[in-house]
Design a protein around this ligand. Structure first.
Ligand code: SF4
Ligand code: SF4
Length: 200
């Protein structure tokens, strides 16, 4: 059996210890919290990259992404070619009242059209206002932090390696063509420099 009052003393000791520790509470909104740059605050839409593949809407566990689109016929690139059709985005909205910030939509997007922004100050008094339409989602893109710099020791991304190889090949072909043209100019009879015999 413990000493009477020891529990109370222990409790008071904990209270005293906590009182003397530095507080971690941020006095928001008077003081802005220091959030990590990759905080899941809100989702931004980079519309130009969106192909309306619907993958994000299908994978969203909360079914809170709404996409409408229509098909448009694109004329053939060359005469005699076939017409193609493409999806045109009419509506892209996310209901942040339902979103659980899992990030699945951003992970599955094959075209890098969705990004996390650390912005979180978009509370509303009307729940319907939490459905952000495409213009608002686009505006969030301005608050998306730049990606971290590449690791200098990392392997070159294959897209950059392929582009560099193609550029090198093109430069080599252009240099060879220029050298050939210069050689042809030198071989032209009219261009032959006159020697001593011509002067006499
Ligand atoms: S973060 Fe998750 S819940 Fe929110 S829209 Fe994306 S997939 Fe849906
Ligand atoms: S997954 Fe990406 S590209 Fe496909 S509809 Fe969603 S945002 Fe657009």
């Amino acid at each position: 059996m413990g000493i009477p009052g020891s529990g109370l003393a222990k409790g008071l000791a904990v209270t005293l210890r906590t009182m003397t520790r530095k507080s971690h509470t941020a006095q928001y909104p008077d003081a802005q919290p220091e959030l990590p740059p990759r905080t899941r605050g809100v989702i931004g839409l980079f519309e130009e990259n969106c192909t309306v593949c619907m993958l994000c809407a299908r994978e969203c566990p909360d079914w809170c992404i709404y996409i409408d689109s229509h098909k448009e016929t694109v004329p053939p690139a060359a005469p005699g070619g076939r017409e193609r059709s493409r999806n045109v985005l009419d509506r892209f909205a996310i209901d942040f009242a339902l979103c659980m910030y899992c990030g699945i939509c951003i992970e599955v997007c094959p075209f890098d059209a969705l990004f996390w922004s650390p912005e979180f100050e978009y509370a509303e008094t009307d729940i319907r206002e939490l459905t952000h339409e495409r213009d608002k989602l686009r505006d969030w893109m301005w608050t998306v932090p730049a990606p971290p710099a590449l690791d200098p020791a990392a392997e070159e991304p294959k897209e950059i390696a392929a582009a560099r190889k193609a550029a090198d090949k093109l430069a080599a072909a252009e240099a060879a063509a220029a050298a050939e043209a210069a050689g042809a100019d030198n071989d032209t009879p009219g261009d032959t420099p006159r020697g001593n015999g011509a002067a006499s």
